[in-house]
Design a protein around this ligand. Structure first.
Ligand code: MN
Length: 338
């Protein structure tokens, strides 16, 4: 057992109030890893609860335990009290405390020990314990390994298997990203042995969309997609007004960017989404083009090589202008990675 695991093991035994938290706008991996870990801890008699910064997309409504999650956005008083009283806080699927939004202050000020379990590059060094492996496909894959190290793997039941699978399948784009390794498939085969029905999970995650979301996708591709073949780049932008035309709710724009990246000769796809006080930007790339370097340098962001995010403060068209103005710096790399 590696050293850090030994310490975590001891810490778990001695802590009675455990919090699990994850990043803002939690996705399948954030929710899957949190729910799976929470179920296991509860099964072995540890009093733990999940606090999410804000709500999750509706296609995750089916996940086991999701109804018991405390939503900081809706119930901040309760969330703050829980954080204040916590002895141990698991931080899942993020590398920087700013990813939990306003909650970060309370976590920082809490006397609880913090344990990071994550697969994003360059984790902050502020956590008491860090189980960080940026090459691994998903935090759910890491949770599986973590459970093995803690000798808790036997506690995975079908509901926990479904939550872990949902995280792995969403964070790997259904097993197609370069982060998928032999271990990813081995773990999934173990989940299948438990009785997981992968087609049912797929239907719940993907074949369960509202009509308006598909129409927003159609609009984004038909009316808003711009291709810069010179720089092998595709850009989509959506303003608040446009989102409102389709009765937008969180998660509706997820995945649009992948259609932009699917075009031949495109190695970088970028989507600009207007929010109340800022422009949210997502980057996706093919092969070795490092979107996280670009997003960190110019757009206050970061993430994985092929998938990262950033922020622009200002008008959406100025954010796009800024991106277009820096593309020449990457021209060679962009043309190499189509
Ligand atoms: Mn993840």
């Amino acid at each position: 057992m590696i050293k850090v695991i030994k310490k975590i093991h001891r810490l778990l035994k001695s802590s009675s109030k455990v919090i699990i938290t994850t990043h803002k706008n939690p996705d399948g991996d954030a929710m899957g890893s949190s729910l799976a870990l929470n179920s296991i801890l509860n099964k072995i008699g540890i009093d733990s609860i999940i606090i999410i910064p804000n709500t999750y997309p509706s296609n995750l409504n089916w996940m086991d335990g999701v109804k018991n999650v405390v939503n900081y956005d809706l119930d901040s008083k309760n969330a703050i009290k829980l954080i204040d009283n916590a002895e141990l806080i698991f931080c899942l699927d993020f590398n920087s405390l700013k990813r939990v939004g306003d909650m970060s202050t309370y976590i920082k000020n809490s006397k609880a020990k913090t344990i990071l379990i994550d697969h994003h590059e360059d984790p902050e060094l502020i956590f008491d314990f860090s189980y960080s492996f940026p090459k691994i496909s998903s935090t759910c894959q890491l949770i599986y390994e973590f459970l093995i190290e803690l000798n808790l793997i036997e506690y995975i039941d079908i509901k926990i298997a479904e939550n872990l699978y949902a995280g792995i399948v969403t964070d790997t784009g259904s097993f197609k990203y370069s982060s998928v390794d032999i271990r990813t498939h081995q773990i999934v085969s173990n989940l299948l042995l438990i009785g997981l029905k992968q087609d049912q999970i797929h239907n719940k995650l993907h074949n369960n969309q509202k009509e308006k979301r598909l129409k927003l996708l159609g609009y984004a591709i038909n009316k808003k997609l711009k291709i810069y073949y010179n720089f092998n780049t595709a850009i989509i932008d959506l303003s608040i007004n446009e989102l409102n035309m389709f009765d937008y709710e969180r998660g509706d724009t997820d995945g649009i960017i992948n259609y932009a990246l699917s075009i031949e000769k495109i190695s970088l796809a970028v989507i600009f989404i207007e929010e109340k006080d800022k422009i949210k930007i997502s980057f996706r790339s093919k092969n070795d083009f490092k979107t996280n370097i670009l997003s960190k340098k110019y757009f206050n962001g970061g993430g994985h090589i092929n998938a990262s995010g950033g922020i622009y403060y200002g008008k959406i068209e100025d954010g796009i202008k800024k991106l277009i103005s820096i593309l020449p710096n990457y021209k060679t790399e962009l043309s190499k990675n189509t």
